[in-house]
Every structure is written in C-alpha cells, then in structure tokens.
Design a protein around this ligand. Structure first.
Ligand code: NAI
Ligand code: MG
Length: 362
C-alpha cells in the first residue's frame, strides 16, 4: 500500500541532505519496490520566517496524519536570539510531544571501511552494531516539582525530580524487547537501582515484562556508570540497551563517538502502537543544521539516508529495501567515496550530491 510520508527538511544542511533521500525514494518507486505519497512541510527557522512560528498547526496535523515523518535539522545563527517559545528547536520538541514519541532509537553502527577512522582501537569497534533505546518523554527532564527557589538562609536551591510511572517503563521496555527479538535477542537494561528508587522500579518492571512477555530474550541489567565504562572498554558485548531519558542522553552520545562521524548517525523516535500495530514515528539524523557548511554541497547525506532506511525497516516492515540501502552505503564507503567529514588520506572526496550519485549507482 502507499505510504504517506511527511518531509520536514528544516534549516541549514537539512534541505540538502533531504534532497538526496528524495532521489533514493524516487529510485525505489521507479523500480517498482515501493509506493510513497510525500508531503513537504516547514519546521524550525524556515517555518518561523514563513509563519512566525517554528511549527504551524497545519504542519502538526500533517505529521499526525502521516505514516511517518522524516526530518532534516533545525536551527542556525539567524534565529539564535528569538524568544524561547519561538526558537527552531521548539518545533522539534512539539512534534515529539504531540506525537507522543516516547522511545528514541539510536543505533551505533561502525561500517568496516570507517573503523580505522574511529578514535578508538580498530579491533574494539570494527563490526560494532548496537542499538540504544532511550526513554524520551519522562524522567528528570520533565518531573515535578522543579525550579529554583530562595531559601531562608539566603542560599538558593535548584530542584529536578526523577519520576517514572509503571506505564512509562513498560511501554519503552516493550519496544526494546521487540527490537531485540528482531536482532540478536539480547537486551541490557540500564539504571542505577543501587541508589535510585526510580531505578529500582525500572529494574522490577523490565524484569516482569521480560519474564511474562519475552521469555526468549536474554535480559541483563547494568548500572549506568558501569555501562559508560563498558561502552568504551568492550562495546561489542552489547546488542540492544534500554535506559531512561537522562542516562540515555549521555550513553547514546558516548556510543555515537565510537562510530566516528556525526554525519553517519541516524535515529528514530517511536510512539504508541495503534490497533493495527502501526506506531507514530519520526526519523531524523543525529546531527544539527551545520551552518558552517550549509549551502556548499559539503554535507554528508548518509545519516539522513540511513534514517530513511530505519523508517522502511521499523515503520513499513520493508526490511529487504532497508537492507538494500544499508548495503549500498557499505559498498560506497568500501569504494573509498567520502564526504569531507569522513575523509581519509587516499580516498575520493565528493560533495552531498556526489555521495547521492555514488549511492544510486550502487
Ligand atoms: P551540528 O551537528 O549542526 O554541527 C556540528 C559539526 O559537525 C559542525 O562542524 C558541522 O559542520 C559538522 N556536521 C554536522 N552534520 C554534518 C554532516 N551531515 N556532514 C558533514 N558535517 C556535519 O551541531 P552544532 O554546530 O552544535 O549546531 C548547529 C545548529 O544546529 C544549532 O542551531 C543547533 O541548535 C542545531 N541543532 C539541531 C539539531 C536538530 O535539528 N536535531 C541537533 C543539534 C543541533
Ligand atoms: Mg545529548
């Protein structure tokens, strides 16, 4: 059936990298492998310039009606001094909030051809393929009470509250178990149950779901500080990691650096499944709008193309087509084709559209 996709290119290099995804989509359609209905919308600074808001209500409606959303990046110096509520990021945050995207998927995948470019020992990261599932809508970033208050003794106090309710833990755990089932059937749940009540509840609830609903997945538990250490020491011990909002923020950035370049990192954010099992979903590269190279045909489009491949895999059950794209990326890198951000001595430097050309040729 025809898949409805909302395209939100955003600002800076966003439109440049999204244009290369369009070419890959057109190829899938032309070769009879898929049928897409694409709508284009504005988000971030470009939406502010057109409508005075970083996300127009009509665009929000399109996002809620789409089968999946693909976003480029938002932000840039032009909009840095806007009021908080008008800043480009607010558009992104509203999308995540109104679509109730509670599970953030961050793969850390090392392509063999790039393993030697990693800042870590090649043998530690070669062939690395882990997936971090971060809870995205709860925890200490949103918990009440919060704020800064004056104390009677003249000091000030800053307060944030780490809160997790059962349903918030259970729904993200289900997503993670489900993904582990499609991969190596191993899930590592990460918290600090030794010092945090929310961590203790997290461990109990994840264990319960594992035992009752996913007995074939090997579940392990790890304290977050140890996990940070293990990610750097022996990252290949992990398959899927599930963790809360705060620890997931830190650990996914840590894992990202195992892979070398921001220009190679895709992500997905998923919401609750409807009666047909379809989830609201938004896919986007991890990188930002890179104003320093915007408009120069220098940006690496692979993070966004790999985000589209995740969309095919997780939203549309098109694993075969996703594999085709992932393999083409591997082949292009093996041929020594590089954008500036992943350039190595003796390789062939290409621009954004040149990378698209090479990928389509494969
Ligand atoms: P950034 O990710 O845009 O850039 C960091 C560095 O990595 C820059 O040197 C950039 O040239 C390079 N880079 C990033 N993506 C690349 C790609 N695809 N190919 C080649 N090089 C790439 O982060 P930065 O500089 O902190 O933020 C720039 C703007 O982006 C800010 O306005 C920020 O708010 C926004 N931003 C937006 C995000 C989003 O839309 N999800 C995430 C992070 C930042
Ligand atoms: Mg972060």
């Amino acid at each position: 059936s025809t898949k409805k996709i909302l395209f939100l290119p955003g600002d800076g290099i966003g439109p440049e990298v999204m244009a290369q995804v369009r070419r890959v989509m057109d190829w899938l359609v032309a070769s009879g492998r898929a049928s897409f209905e694409v709508e284009d919308g504005l988000v971030g600074g470009s939406a502010y310039d057109a409508h005075g808001t970083p996300l127009h209500d009509d665009t929000m409606k399109l996002a809620l009606a789409a089968d999946a959303v693909l976003l480029g990046a938002v932000g840039g110096p032009k909009w840095d001094n806007l009021d908080f509520s008008l800043k480009p990021e607010r558009g992104l945050l509203r999308l995540r909030k109104d679509m109730e995207l509670f599970a953030n998927l961050r793969p850390a995948l090392v392509f063999d051809a790039l393993a030697e470019a990693s800042s870590l020992k090649t043998e530690l990261v070669a062939g690395l393929d882990i997936l971090i599932v971060r809870e995205l809508t709860g925890g200490v970033y949103f918990g009440q009470p919060r704020g800064i208050s004056d104390l009677p003794n003249g000091e000030r106090r800053g307060v944030n509250t780490q809160v997790y309710d059962t349903h918030e833990i259970v729904r993200v755990a289900r997503v993670a178990f489900d993904l582990a089932g499609k991969r190596d059937k191993r899930l590592c749940s990460v918290e600090k149950a030794n010092v945090m009540e929310s961590g203790l509840l997290w461990r109990e609830e994840v264990t319960k779901i594992g035992t009752t609903e996913f007995p074939d997945i090997a579940l392990s538990h790890m304290y977050a500080d140890n996990c940070a250490m293990q990610l750097v020491r022996q990252p290949k011990q992990f398959d899927v990691i599930v963790t809360d909002n705060l620890f997931g923020d830190l650990l996914s950035d840590c894992a990202a650096m195992l892979t070398g370049s921001l220009g190679m990192l895709p992500s997905a954010s998923l919401g609750e499944a409807d009666a047909n099992g379809a989830r609201k979903a938004m896919y986007e590269p991890v990188h930002g709008s890179a104003p320093d190279i915007a408009g120069q045909n220098k940006a690496n489009p692979l993070a966004t193309i790999l985000s589209f491949s995740m969309m095919l895999r997780y939203s549309f059950d098109m694993g075969v087509e996703a594999d085709l794209i992932d393999q083409a990326v591997r082949d292009v890198l093996a041929d020594g084709i590089r954008t500036g951000d992943i350039m190595q001595p003796g390789k062939t430097l290409v621009g954004t559209s040149g990378m698209g050309d090479a990928l389509l040729a494969k």
